[in-house]
Structures are given as structure tokens and as C-alpha cells.
Design a protein around this ligand. Structure first.
Ligand SMILES: Cc1cc2nc3c(=O)[nH]c(=O)nc-3n(C[C@H](O)[C@H](O)[C@H](O)COP(=O)(O)OP(=O)(O)OC[C@H]3O[C@@H](n4cnc5c(N)ncnc54)[C@H](O)[C@@H]3O)c2cc1C
Length: 321
């Protein structure tokens, strides 16, 4: 472990810089409440926050040398990880917290079952920010408009939190708690996450609207759909980002189960679903504009995920025949 005093001749207020070589070192620094340490991962969100003095931690603990947190692997399905209704067969993608967004993007480009992750991740910032930004950093930062939190929630999964007190697991639904707030306690570190990969025949879609390339989404939507043999919807899961303090799952879409989806039905469900949100009015967009945008994005991702499921079903049937 090496420690350096960083002077106040720079934009952030002064802090101790602590570079750790092992997970135990990192956890013992976090356990010392006098240090009030914050974890430094890719620094793509933390450093701007420090520069603007929105946070003034006494110490930064740099975890970038912890190679064990940089692994990415698929874990095969087992009885306890499968979902009802054919939504995911339980195959998990396990992502170490320090996996760079670019590393996940490259992996997902080659893995058909990670298509939703790939589509979403290419919307994050720029190649330069994705080279440096980590998957765990994005989840821990918990920006309500960020793509990775939205996909983690939509696919479902588990976050692993470690401290000197031990390890605990929280589901994606429990992980995001409010604006930039998660279930991670001050002495805990997010070490890895497990994401439920869609089943091979599951339809997926992602859409977002942002004002300029590289901006955060104004609103983003992600959807997964499985079908019955008669092409009716069996299970549908739809997540929205940028509409409230955390990414949210939209329960109203469940009413589509048992139906063959039409664009008109998708639109009707979207119009009902958006009524629950209190869309903000700010310099970026009016409340009415956001409501209209959310309606359009929900109906579009529903239709696109359904089309994707139909296409995959056709490919699957052809392969079987
Ligand atoms: C120009 C620009 C454009 C961007 N555009 C987008 C965008 O469109 N969409 C998007 O989603 N993001 C965007 N980002 C943010 C980017 O994705 C960040 O990489 C990400 O939010 C944070 O990841 P990081 O590894 O850089 O974390 P850091 O900045 O190092 O840390 C972020 C926060 O998470 C905490 N943290 C980090 N790792 C852990 C851990 N393992 N356990 C507990 N706490 C931890 C830190 O203490 C800090 O509070 C953009 C960033 C920039 C600079």
C-alpha cells in the first residue's frame, strides 16, 4: 500500500491518495471511518465531482491494481438461477467491478446473448470514457440516466458487497436506492455483479434519446420479451432510466402477457404506464415533452423486443427443422 498527500494546489480539496495492492488493504482503509475514504475506480465520474468540490473526501483509495476484480466470465445455468416463464435460463454473466466498460463492450459484441448490454453500452459517453470507466463504477455511481444501471435492473442480477465484516449479496432491485445512492455502505466495496443473460430465443431492445452524441440519456428504455408457442407474449420486462430517482421496472407491461403484441396495444400500455411518473421540468426539457418521449420510447422498445423475439423464434424453428 502506498500513500501520498495531495496538496491543495489543485481544483479538488486536499486528500490522501492511497493505492492498494490487495482487496484486504482496500477493505481495511474503508473500515477506518476517520479516513472517510472514497474508492477511485476509473475516475470518470469521481474526478469531475471532486474538481467541482461536490464531494470532499479526506482520502481516495485507488483500487486499479486489484487484478482479481477485472475478470469477466459466463457462469452456466443451474436450478437456482433460472427464471419462471422462460425469461433467462439462468446463465449468468459475472463481471468484476474493475472490468472497463470498453472490455465489456468488446465481449458483448461477440456474444449474441449479450446483445442488449452491447447496444446500451455503445451509448455511454465516448470510446475514451469507456476505456477508463468501469462497470462497477457506473453501478456504484448510480446516475438515474446511466445505461448500465438500467440494463442491470432490466436483466436482473446480484451485486456482491464486501467489507471487513464479510460479504453480502443484494439483488439489482434492492441495489439502487435513490439519486446517486445505492445499498453500498461506506465501509463496503462492490466487488462483482452477476447479470442474468437473456435466453437464446428472448427478444431484446434498447432505445434512448439524448440531445448530443456522448450526452447522458434524457430518457432510456430497455425491454426483454419471451413468447408462447402461439406467438403470444409469455413474459415481458421493461426498464426505464431518467424518469425518477433510480432506474425503474414498469409493471404495467405485464398486462400484455397472453397477447400477440400490436403497435396500438404497445402504445396504449405506454400511455397508461407514464401516468405514474412525475416528470421534471428543467432546462433540458419540459415535463410534457418528457412524458411524450417516455410514451414513444416504451412503445418502441416493446414493439422492437417483440419483433426480435419473433425473428429469433423463426431462426430457432429453422435450426430445429
Ligand atoms: C464526458 C463523459 C461522458 C459520460 N457519459 C456517460 C453516459 O452517457 N452514460 C453513462 O452511464 N455514464 C457516462 N459517463 C460516466 C462514466 O460512465 C463513468 O465511467 C461511470 O459513471 C463511473 O465509472 P468509473 O469507473 O469512472 O468510477 P469512478 O468515477 O472512479 O467512481 C464513481 C463513484 O463510484 C464509487 N465507486 C467506484 N467503484 C466502486 C466500487 N467498486 N465499490 C464502491 N464504490 C465504488 C466511487 O467512490 C465514486 O463515488 C460519462 C463520463 C464522462 C467523463
Amino acid at each position: 500500500m502506498s500513500m501520498q498527500k495531495v496538496s491543495n494546489l489543485m481544483k479538488p480539496s486536499a486528500f490522501d491518495y492511497i493505492r492498494v495492492e490487495t482487496l484486504d488493504e482496500a477493505l481495511s482503509v474503508l473500515a477506518d471511518s476517520d479516513l472517510e475514504a472514497k474508492i477511485l475506480a476509473g475516475g470518470q465520474s469521481l474526478l469531475p465531482i471532486l474538481n467541482m468540490r461536490l464531494a470532499q473526501p479526506k482520502a481516495l483509495v485507488d483500487i486499479n491494481r486489484l487484478a482479481a476484480l477485472q475478470t469477466l466470465e459466463q457462469l452456466p445455468a443451474n436450478a437456482s438461477t433460472g427464471d419462471e416463464n422462460g425469461r433467462s435460463d439462468g446463465t449468468l454473466l459475472q463481471i468484476g467491478t474493475l472490468v472497463r466498460q470498453r472490455q465489456l463492450e468488446r465481449y458483448a459484441a461477440e456474444e449474441p446473448r449479450a446483445k442488449l448490454i452491447h447496444t446500451a453500452i455503445t451509448h455511454i459517453g465516448h470510446p475514451q470514457t469507456r476505456n477508463q470507466g468501469t462497470v462497477g463504477g457506473s453501478l456504484a455511481h448510480a446516475d438515474p440516466s446511466a445505461e448500465l444501471p438500467l440494463i442491470f435492473l432490466t436483466l436482473g442480477g446480484t451485486a456482491f458487497l464486501q467489507s471487513t465484516r464479510g460479504e453480502r449479496q443484494v439483488t439489482a432491485e434492492q441495489f439502487f436506492q435513490s439519486y446517486f445512492a445505492t445499498a453500498i455502505e461506506p465501509d463496503e466495496m462492490l466487488t462483482k455483479t452477476q447479470w442474468k443473460l437473456p435466453a437464446p430465443q428472448e427478444g431484446v431492445a434498447f432505445k434512448e434519446y439524448r440531445r448530443r452524441h456522448g450526452d447522458f440519456a434524457l430518457i432510456a428504455a430497455a425491454c426483454t420479451v419471451t413468447l408462447e408457442n402461439n406467438r403470444a407474449v409469455r413474459n415481458v420486462r421493461l426498464g426505464l432510466g431518467g424518469v425518477s430517482a433510480t432506474p425503474v421496472l414498469v409493471a404495467e407491461v405485464q398486462q400484455l402477457a397472453g397477447e400477440r403484441l400490436t403497435k396500438e396495444r404497445a402504445r396504449a400500455v405506454a400511455e397508461t404506464a407514464v401516468k405514474q411518473f412525475d416528470f421534471p421540468d428543467d432546462y433540458q426539457a419540459s415535463s410534457a415533452y418528457r412524458q411524450q418521449l417516455a410514451t414513444v420510447l416504451i412503445s418502441h422498445v416493446l414493439a422492437a423486443a417483440y419483433e426480435d423475439a419473433l425473428a429469433k423464434e423463426g431462426t430457432h424453428a429453422a435450426n430445429q427443422g
